[in-house]
Design a protein. Structure first.
Length: 295
């Protein structure tokens, strides 16, 4: 059985769904359990868990035979950065303790494309040096720290660490007014009948539709063999805002430039992953989803 912490969040839920599609048994955790997405309802075990509670975390191993862990649980920073770091670092330490105590095969943990900020080469690939740069958000700072902590903590244990440098992901279950990705709020405006401010057609950058991100993570967890510990998780192609506007039948204005995007050669080589959704297909799927679901 594969454990997905934060498994009712956007990326966690789509990872769980992809694992089910691959024939795996899955248990997901959620701290403040909300509604179980329709595509998981009745198909996964759901546990209420505060990942900062070490005893409760380790007790899961008494109820489930966990073979692999995907650690995606995390909090949103408030006013105190130290409190945020303490909470999420405690959760990481407890997940690592569980991985070692249970002797799991793989421990996959969420990092971020933000670790590449300051690197001028594009596309961003895993072999690039990570610059010493001013990071724009506490979450990215934490994700950057997660990488060496995880790999060093598991060294010599027989547990294979899998660092997931997850790209800019959007789709079903994301907050429709999310401050972290402009696409859901933009789609929300269109669905309300508004005409949002035109996008620059040639602006854009890294983007991955959530079902594709979940499938990529599931393939990394279940692959017979992995040749690396660090993998970019995204579509491998930049999303042009002009293509997004076309898919929504709204105007775009000339101009703009693409930001860096993630190279996924390593992911594709080791798992065979290719994205199933292009921009138009992702938008159509998301609009259909939103017609029946609030987020």
């Amino acid at each position: 059985m594969i454990l997905v912490t934060g498994g009712l969040g956007m990326i966690g839920a789509h990872t769980a769904r992809a694992l089910l599609d691959l024939g795996q048994d899955v248990v997901v955790t959620s701290h403040r359990r909300g509604a179980v997405p329709s595509f998981l309802d009745g198909k996964v075990a759901v546990e209420s868990l505060d990942v900062t509670d070490r005893d409760a975390f380790l007790a899961l191993g008494q109820r489930y035979d966990v073979s692999d862990i995907v650690h995606l649980a995390g909090s949103i920073p408030a006013d105190d950065p130290v409190a945020y770091f303490r909470t999420d670092m405690t959760g990481l330490f407890n997940a690592l303790d569980a991985a070692r105590a249970w002797g799991v095969r793989r421990f996959a943990v969420a990092s971020s494309l933000g670790v590449y900020i300051g690197q001028g080469e594009s596309p961003w690939h895993e072999g690039l040096a990570l610059p010493d740069a001013q990071l724009p958000h506490l979450i990215i700072a934490f994700k950057k720290a997660v990488e060496p902590i995880t790999t060093h903590a598991l060294q010599g244990t027989g547990v294979h660490p899998v660092v997931l440098r997850i790209g800019s992901t959007w789709g079903p279950l994301m907050d429709p007014e999310s401050p972290f990705n402009f696409i859901p709020p933009y789609v929300s405006a269109v669905l309300r009948g508004e005409t949002p401010a035109p996008l620059y057609a040639d602006d854009g950058g890294d983007s991955c539709y959530a079902p594709d991100a979940g499938r990529a993570i599931a393939l990394l967890v279940t692959a017979d063999q992995l040749n690396h510990t660090t993998y970019n998780v995204s579509s491998g192609q930049p999303l042009r805002n002009g293509d997004l506007a076309d898919a929504l039948n709204v105007p775009a204005q000339p101009g703009g430039r693409l930001s860096p995007h993630l190279d996924i050669t390593r992911l594709t080589t080791d798992t065979g992953f290719t994205p199933q959704y292009d921009t138009a297909e992702a938008v159509a799927h998301y609009v259909a989803w939103r017609s029946e679901n609030p987020r």
